[in-house]
Design a protein around this ligand. Structure first.
Ligand code: SF4
Length: 234
């Protein structure tokens, strides 16, 4: 009986916090789900994160962007890929990883026996840094809560962090990608995270593709998925 009491007390607290959160983001009426409760819930939560982001001007990256590049893919994905920030093509199209590096990422996902629609793809910062420079610490700090909310909503089993900035941001570490990649780490103690090289680095250093493929095979094994034999490494 005591356990049941604690459970209902926690439930009431969670409900209260949720209502306060809705009020904070300007929602005065409770959202009603009509069908497909879990799927719809994940989708509407991602939509509310996007709504909260709005026409964001929270950091200086808004000044030169064309589009906010929020994220794309399955709202219930088991696997999320996180890059550092949009490039020129992504800024123009409003979708992450659609330029040359994005095409390489798509090939990598397909070599894993998956499709882009099966996974979720996003970046640490949602607006393009000028001249494709790395995002700066203040920009990462400002945008990071939205990435965290995306991850909290999707609840993936594994995150693949693409490149130094994504890995450092998600793991709160100054270590470089070369020291981090190749093994799993914990994101907030409950989601496995595999750091690996960014596809744009692979375009410059194609000899590193083999290491990335090894990382992806480790991810597939952990997800309980087979490495498709007919596919070749990227
Ligand atoms: S990078 Fe993130 S915090 Fe900065 S303006 Fe864009 S959406 Fe807002």
């Amino acid at each position: 009986m005591a356990d049941t009491g604690v459970f209902y007390k926690k439930l009431a607290m969670d409900a209260k916090n949720y209502l306060l959160y809705l009020k904070e983001i300007g929602i005065e009426e409770l959202p009603v789900q009509k069908t497909g409760v879990r799927d719809q819930g994940a989708l509407s939560s991602l939509e509310s994160v996007r709504e909260e982001l709005g026409d964001c001007k929270r950091c200086k990256l808004h000044e030169q962007r064309t589009n906010i590049v929020f994220g794309v893919g399955n709202p219930k994905a088991r696997l999320i890929f996180v890059g550092e920030g949009p490039g020129e093509d992504e800024d123009l199209q409003g979708e992450p990883f659609v330029g040359r590096a994005g095409q390489l990422l798509t090939k990598m996902i397909e070599a894993m026996g998956l499709k882009r629609e099966d996974v979720y793809i996003c970046n640490v910062v949602k607006c393009r840094p000028p001249e494709n420079r790395p995002p700066q610490p203040d920009e990462i700090l400002t945008c990071r809560p939205f990435l965290e909310k995306q991850i909290d909503t999707i609840k993936p089993e594994i995150i693949v962090a693409l490149g130094t900035h994504a890995a450092q941001t998600l793991l709160n570490t100054p270590e470089k990608i070369s020291a981090l990649r190749g093994r799993f780490h914990w994101y907030r103690n409950n989601i496995l995270l595999m750091p690996t090289f960014h596809p744009s680095y692979l375009l410059r250093s194609p000899e590193k593709k083999k290491e990335v493929w090894e990382d992806m095979k480790t991810v597939l094994a952990k997800l309980g998925l087979n490495v498709p034999e007919s596919k070749k490494p990227v």
